[in-house]
Design a protein around this ligand. Structure first.
Ligand SMILES: [Fe+2]
Length: 264
């Protein structure tokens, strides 16, 4: 059994500090095999926000795999955004986590979908780069671990389809290839928890979105974290949310997802 914590959209700068403490306690007590942080560590890409995010990561006992989100490039200092977009990220949170992990039966690869700038007006949207996706999938295929996980910030399959709030460029045309090579795809950005399947050749690949973990930027659902318990046959997703009355996480619901069609 493998246990993963899926967190996203931490948005340091707008975090609830008491909930940050509650998360650290829950995570370290649960001893997951890895924490997967699906981007947007900061609100505006400020140094002070990255420093706070780095201090948070330094308190976690399990290994952390993470990739940046669209909020992790400086939003005000435009010269930095264009010349050294990821420097603050690499020098702060980047030192406390890896962009991939291979550990026994578990293989996680990170994919960057956030961009410093784009040829369209909404720079918050994600884009899948063909070469970087190809590299990540090649690595996953090469090792062929029992549990192959891809993580990126922007959703690839999302509720409402790719014409809703997600609109990640090349997502629609990438789903089949990704489902062939992955068992799980963990994303953030929408601040919405969901699980959607796509069939691979002999397995079901689940695309799972997480809400914001402990920021005040909630959109229609409370802050929370996904805890995934994965066996050979199933993935149990337990959605913990912030309690309304005290800084603590409580279980809101738990879903069992089959890893093969018609299996459950
Ligand atoms: Fe985002």
């Amino acid at each position: 059994m493998t246990k993963l914590f899926q967190i996203a959209d931490l948005h340091f700068g707008t975090e609830d500090r008491h909930l940050v403490d509650a998360f650290v306690d829950l995570c370290n007590a649960s001893r997951p095999d890895a924490v997967i942080a699906a981007g947007d560590f900061t609100q505006s890409g400020r140094k002070s926000e990255f420093d706070a995010a780095a201090r948070f990561l330094g308190r976690l006992d399990p290994p952390v795999v993470g990739i940046p989100g669209n909020h992790d490039v400086p939003s005000r200092a435009l010269h930095r955004r264009f010349t050294t977009p990821w420097r603050r990220y690499e020098r702060s949170v980047g030192r406390h986590m890896a962009s991939s992990l291979e550990d026994g039966a578990l293989h996680i690869e990170g994919l960057r979908t956030a961009r410093r700038a784009q040829w369209q007006p909404d720079w918050s949207l994600g884009r899948i780069g063909r070469p970087s996706l190809g590299r990540a999938l090649d690595l996953l295929a090469e090792r062929d671990a029992d549990l192959r996980v891809l993580t990126c910030h922007h959703p690839i399959l999302a509720p409402g389809g790719n014409r809703g709030r997600a609109r990640t460029a090349r997502a629609g045309t990438s789903v089949t290839t990704i489902a062939e090579h992955c068992d799980l795809v963990l994303t953030g950005h929408l601040h919405e928890t969901f699980a959607l399947p796509a069939e691979g050749p002999s397995h079901t690949c689940w695309f799972v979105g997480a809400g914001t973990t402990f920021s005040r930027r909630t959109r229609g659902e409370p802050a929370g974290v996904n805890v995934l318990d994965i066996s050979a046959d199933t993935i149990r997703v337990t959605h913990h949310v912030a309690d309304e009355d005290r800084p603590a996480f409580i279980v809101r619901d738990s879903r069992v997802l089959p890893r093969r069609e018609g299996q459950y």
